[in-house]
Design a protein around this ligand. Structure first.
Ligand code: SAM
Length: 282
C-alpha cells in the first residue's frame, strides 16, 4: 500500500490579511506632507496666481495642437494637466507625491494620466514613450540635481519638441536670501539680494503666517537655489537649446498706504518668476 504523503495542517480561514501599504514618495523633495493643503489651494482650475499669470504664460509658450502628447514634470494635483486636456492635448504627469498623484487622478478627465515617480529618472519611468512637448511648472527649484531632469526630458521629446519650464526667478528670488526693502531717503522700494552665485538648499515654511504649534506651522518644503547659468548649462548639455525667456511679475500690488506708488512700481519692475522655453536640437 503506498504511503500516504503527510501534508501539514492547513488553516482554511484564508490568507493572512495584509494592511494596505501606502506607496512611499518617489523622491525626498515630494510634497507629500503638503498634498492636502496644496490640492485645496489649487482646486480644479488653479489658484489666482496660476490663473492670472503662470498657466497663461506656460500654455502660450507651449502653443500645443489638438491631439499632441505633453509630459508634465512634477505635475502636483494636475492643475496644468487639466488645462492641457481642456485644449485637446493628451497629458501625462509625473509626480513624486503619492497623495498628489491620487488627487490628480481623482480630478482627471479622459485625456490625463498621472504616474508616481521621480522626475530625475524619467526615461526609466516612461520607457519607449515619446512626447511632442514637455513642461514643468514651479518644480525645478524644488528638486536636485536638475541635470538628470533635462537629460530625461530631452530623451523623451521628439526632435523640435519644446520644454517649457517656469521657476521662481533665480536672479531675484532666492529663498531666505532675498527680500523687499524700503529706502526712506529715496522713498523707493528695492529688492535686497544677499547671495546669488552659490547654490544651496533650504527648508521653507509652507505657511509662514501659521500660529506657532499648529500642524500648519510644521509644514516645510525643500527648495534649491541655483544661479541661472546652471539651468542654461543643463539645457545645453542635454541637447536642449533655449529659444525663449519670459520674466513675470507678481500681480499682487502694494499696500494702500503712502508707499503704494513706490511698492506698485517695484512689483511691476522686478520679476519674481521666470519661464524658459528650450527645444530639442537633435
Ligand atoms: C510647487 S509644486 C508644483 C506642482 C505643479 N506643477 C503645480 O504647478 O501645481 C512642486 C511639485 O514637485 C513635486 N516634486 C518634487 N520633487 C520631485 C521629483 N524629484 N520628482 C517628481 N516630482 C517632484 C512635488 O511633489 C510637488 O508636487
Amino acid at each position: 500500500m503506498p504511503r500516504m504523503a503527510h501534508f501539514p495542517r492547513r488553516d482554511y480561514s484564508g490568507p493572512p490579511r495584509r494592511q494596505p501599504v501606502a506607496p512611499a514618495p518617489a523622491a525626498p523633495t515630494a510634497w507629500e506632507g503638503q498634498a492636502g493643503w496644496y490640492d485645496q489651494y489649487q482646486g480644479q482650475g488653479g489658484a489666482d496666481l496660476y490663473q492670472s499669470v503662470l498657466l497663461p504664460a506656460v500654455l502660450k509658450r507651449l502653443a500645443t495642437k489638438k491631439g499632441q502628447r505633453v509630459l508634465d514634470v512634477g505635475s502636483g494635483q494636475g492643475v496644468l494637466g487639466r488645462a492641457l486636456a481642456h485644449l485637446g492635448v493628451d497629458a501625462v504627469g509625473v509626480e513624486a507625491s503619492p497623495s498628489l498623484v491620487a488627487a490628480a487622478q481623482g480630478r482627471a478627465g479622459a485625456h490625463e494620466r498621472y504616474v508616481l515617480g521621480d522626475a530625475r529618472a524619467l526615461s526609466e519611468l516612461l520607457p519607449g514613450q515619446a512626447f511632442d512637448h514637455a513642461c514643468a511648472l514651479m518644480v525645478l527649484q524644488d528638486l536636485d540635481p536638475v541635470a538628470p531632469v533635462m537629460a530625461g526630458v530631452a530623451r523623451l521629446l521628439m526632435p523640435g519638441g519644446k520644454f517649457v519650464f517656469a521657476l521662481t526667478h533665480p536672479c531675484f528670488r532666492q529663498p531666505k536670501r532675498s527680500s523687499w526693502g524700503w529706502d526712506e531717503d529715496r522713498r523707493q522700494q528695492y529688492r535686497r539680494i544677499d547671495g546669488y552665485l552659490s547654490p544651496y538648499q533650504t527648508r521653507i515654511a509652507t505657511h509662514p503666517g501659521a500660529a506657532p504649534g499648529t500642524p500648519e506651522a510644521a509644514l516645510q518644503t525643500i527648495s534649491t537655489h541655483r544661479p541661472l547659468s546652471v539651468y542654461l548649462e543643463a539645457c545645453g548639455a542635454a541637447g536642449l537649446g533655449v529659444v525663449g525667456c519670459e520674466e513675470l511679475c507678481n500681480p499682487r500690488r502694494g499696500t494702500k498706504g503712502h508707499r503704494f506708488a513706490a511698492e506698485d512700481l517695484a512689483a511691476k519692475e522686478i520679476p519674481l518668476f521666470l519661464v524658459l522655453t528650450a527645444v530639442r536640437l537633435r
